[in-house]
Ligand binder design. Structure first.
Ligand code: NAP
Length: 448
């Protein structure tokens, strides 16, 4: 039985920062483990949501439905996707659907259903700004403070924990030369797509709207298809930096890279093999488009041409290098990667489907940076149990879910091994001695 701490409390055995699928899987693992430490989560969104701005109609999961929060580890758990369907009285219909890859919308509903069962353990609209060490009288770091900001009331608080599990998700990766401050209602990242689309539809009456989508991954392809559908008179360009849209490598043998055993093998590999594996299997995940979608897009472009329209183009080998904007237009510099020639095209809207950066969590670490160990290339050393390696004076643990591709491989930013990773983290956190953090914190403060 999970011992949750109500949001008003401030001392935890395990405090999760972020409450998306990764820490949700941790909550599920805790609830079925018999762990009786105090566990809580903070999340800066106001309610559970998962890629809400990319919930496009008809979008399918790219991960098989059995790779849910718990099934691979415990198929008898009440938190399986199958039990969700059963509770929703949709199990038979789902079976009739014969869908190994359900809709993203259905899976988002599953995650939200599971998250709802832990709502008493989560403080939503609570943003962490910094993590700082708590030292005892002998100088041992036996806990961490998390500086929090309630986004609704504005109140600033401090939460303390012996184990922190950071799972803050990816942040938009922007092309060189474009900073978050440059983003606007007309120049935005794919992670804002649906919110911005509504505004665009409401204000944009221009029948000859010109839209540029940048990127060669699943987000770019899904948005390209959606914009063509939603704006039947718009001129729509898709700039792809390589030859063209590449199919995701989802063959059975390649897919084994997402097996739990592959994480062990990757973790034990040399730096050279790690780098080779990430490069060799890149299209299992990155810059990779579902083959059915590629086929559908090709068919759609063919039909457009047949009807004598030329409103949709894929600009192969084109990278976005620069954007200037005035009140009305965006002038976009595109570089042809084969010739290095640049052209400037004018658009009304530019959508950057340029991927995600997993280093977001690191912004919280400035207060503990001096305690963390790094590789010669500057990357953080991460133990197999997903804890950050620290100086010997630190007995408290900082775990990370997400920014571990360099150490644990391609599963790091995906949902493929959620129950295994949650189990590894919980096992490691459970082994920590009970330090009565609250009392010793008081002691440490008295000693200062
Ligand atoms: P992504 O796969 O990382 O693709 C980003 C793309 O942006 C790459 O093709 C990259 O080109 C391109 N790019 C970056 N900078 C550029 C520039 N300056 N000019 C032109 N192109 C540029 O990102 P994503 O498509 O957002 O996918 C991220 C993850 O979300 C993946 O795991 C994907 O499977 C998942 N996803 C899933 C669904 C679904 O389940 N239905 C939907 C959307 C996304 P290079 O290839 O040259 O680097």
């Amino acid at each position: 039985m999970m011992r949750c701490i109500p949001p008003s409390s401030d001392t935890y055995d395990i405090l999760g920062i972020g409450f998306g699928p990764s820490n949700l899987a941790l909550a599920v693992a805790v609830s079925s483990s018999g762990y009786n430490g105090a566990v809580g989560f903070i999340e800066d969104k106001t309610a559970f949501s998962w890629h809400g701005d990319m919930m496009l109609p008809g979008a399918k999961m790219q991960v098989m439905f059995l790779k849910d929060l718990i099934t691979q580890k415990d198929p008898t758990s009440p938190f399986t996707f199958i039990n969700y369907l059963h509770e929703q009285e949709r199990l038979n219909s789902f079976i009739n659907l014969r869908a190994l890859y359900p809709s993203r919308n259905d899976y988002q509903g599953y995650f939200a259903w599971a998250a709802d069962k832990f709502s008493h353990c989560v403080q939503y609209a609570c943003s962490a700004s910094m993590i700082a060490p708590i030292e005892n009288a002998t100088g041992e770091v036996e806990g961490f403070e998390v500086h929090c900001h309630d986004l609704r009331s504005g109140e600033r608080t401090i939460k303390r924990a012996r184990n922190i599990v950071m799972a803050t998700g990816g942040s938009p990766a922007l092309p060189c030369g474009i900073s978050p401050q440059d983003l606007s209602a007309r120049l935005f990242h794919s992670s804002q797509y649906l919110s911005r689309l509504e505004a665009l539809k409401a204000t944009e009456k221009n029948p000859a709207l010109r839209v540029l989508i940048v990127g060669g991954g699943q987000s770019a392809a899904e948005i390209f298809q959606h914009v063509l559908h939603e704006f039947p008179h718009a001129r729509v360009d898709l700039a792809v930096r390589n030859h063209s849209l590449m199919p995701a490598n989802s063959s059975a043998f390649s897919n084994e890279i997402f097996d739990p055993a592959s994480v062990d093998a990757f973790y034990e590999s040399s730096a050279t093999i790690k780098e080779h594996t990430l490069r060799h299997l890149r299209h299992t995940n990155y810059a990779a488009v579902d083959e059915d979608l590629i086929q559908a897009l090709y068919g759609q472009l063919y039909e457009e041409r047949l009807a004598g329209h030329d409103r949709a183009r894929i600009l192969n080998y084109h990278a976005l290098t620069h954007v200037t904007k005035d009140d009305q237009f965006l002038d976009v510099t595109l570089r042809d990667e084969r010739t290095q020639a640049t052209t400037v095209n004018r658009y009304d809207t530019v959508i950057l489907a340029t991927g995600y950066n997993q280093q977001h969590a690191h912004r919280l670490l400035s207060g503990v940076d001096h305690l963390l160990l790094r590789h010669p290339d500057g990357s953080l050393k991460v133990a197999r149990d997903y804890s950050l390696e620290t100086r010997p004076s630190v007995s408290a643990r900082l775990f990370v879910q997400g920014p571990t591709e360099h150490s644990h491989g391609l599963t790091s930013s995906l949902i493929s091994i959620l129950p295994f990773r949650a189990h590894d983290i919980l096992s490691a956190a459970s082994k920590a001695p009970d330090t009565h953090l609250h009392d010793k914190t008081a002691l440490a403060m008295e000693c200062i």
